[in-house]
Ligand binder design. Structure first.
Ligand SMILES: Nc1ncnc2c1ncn2[C@@H]1O[C@H](COP(=O)(O)OP(=O)(O)O)[C@@H](O)[C@H]1O
Ligand SMILES: [Mg+2]
Length: 237
């Protein structure tokens, strides 16, 4: 699904340049559940932005579902993002004054999906994350964990090949963070490929494969041993 070879990213500001990614080689298969760890400034967000087609590498190869992404222009990248990619951010990025259902419908409004189908798909997605009974609530009437679940539902509606999450539990307390990891585990069991950045080891231990970055390089790439599984029998409130 994802293949990256000899990838470099250099940021240039005037005559100062920062080599944020040095020589990244990475393959991720369909249905994997990967965490990317590493200290602040190690290049995690840069890598996620390139993987998510929000930014382009300076050098190297990036293939997503067999398509070479590295040479695409902005419009082509936008098409790939809409068709193949779901995003989840630390700060949820929901629209404040509209309810959960409308927030989840939004990407489909942009995609031109008819109203009835939009509504059904949004309700389905909210159901998948255990939030159907909160579809009339605005973000300010929801807990942090619930807001993140709305964001996850929104990322699911266009049926993405892969979901990218940058510090999805960074604004949540331990309990809500664990709930969110439970939702990701359930979606991954259902076949969704997930790649997430975190700097917390116990969050990464919920995934199946851990990649560690330092100074713009991958220094470790290992299967997760003693994986933490969230008990989804417990009712999420
Ligand atoms: N837009 C940018 N312009 C210049 N330098 C940047 C930019 N974004 C990130 N950097 C630099 O690239 C390096 C990696 O940053 P980043 O990918 O945000 O790391 P992380 O997410 O692991 O904290 C850091 O040295 C950072 O200062
Ligand atoms: Mg970052």
């Amino acid at each position: 699904m994802i293949k990256i070879e000899n990838l470099r990213k250099v940021y240039k500001n005037g005559n100062i340049s920062v080599e944020a990614l040095k020589n990244i080689n990475l393959e991720v298969r369909d249905r994997e559940f990967v965490s990317i760890m590493g200290p602040s400034g190690s290049g995690k967000s840069t890598l996620m932005n390139i993987l998510g087609c929000l930014d382009r590498p300076t050098e190297g190869i990036y293939e997503l579902d067999g398509e070479s992404v590295q040479k695409m222009n902005d419009n082509q990248l936008a098409v790939i993002r809409n068709r193949k990619i779901g995003f989840i951010f630390q700060s949820f990025n929901l629209i404040p004054r509209i309810n959960s259902l409308k927030n989840v419908e939004l990407p489909m409004i942009y995609a031109g999906v008819p109203a009835k189908e939009r509504r059904e798909k949004a309700m389905d997605a909210l159901d998948r994350v255990g939030l159907k009974d909160r579809m009339g609530h605005n973000p300010n009437e929801l807990s942090g964990g619930q807001r993140q679940r709305v964001a996850i539902a929104r990322s699911l509606v266009n049926n993405p090949s892969v979901i990218f999450a940058d510090e999805p539990t960074g604004n949540l307390d331990t309990k809500a963070g664990s709930e969110i990891m439970g939702v990701f585990q359930q979606l991954n069991d259902e076949g969704v490929t997930i790649i997430m950045v975190t700097h917390e080891l116990d969050i990464a231990q919920h995934t199946k494969r851990m990649i560690v970055c330092r100074d713009g390089e991958i220094i470790e790439d290992t299967p997760v041993k003693d994986r933490i599984i969230v008990n989804r029998q417990v009712e999420i409130i």
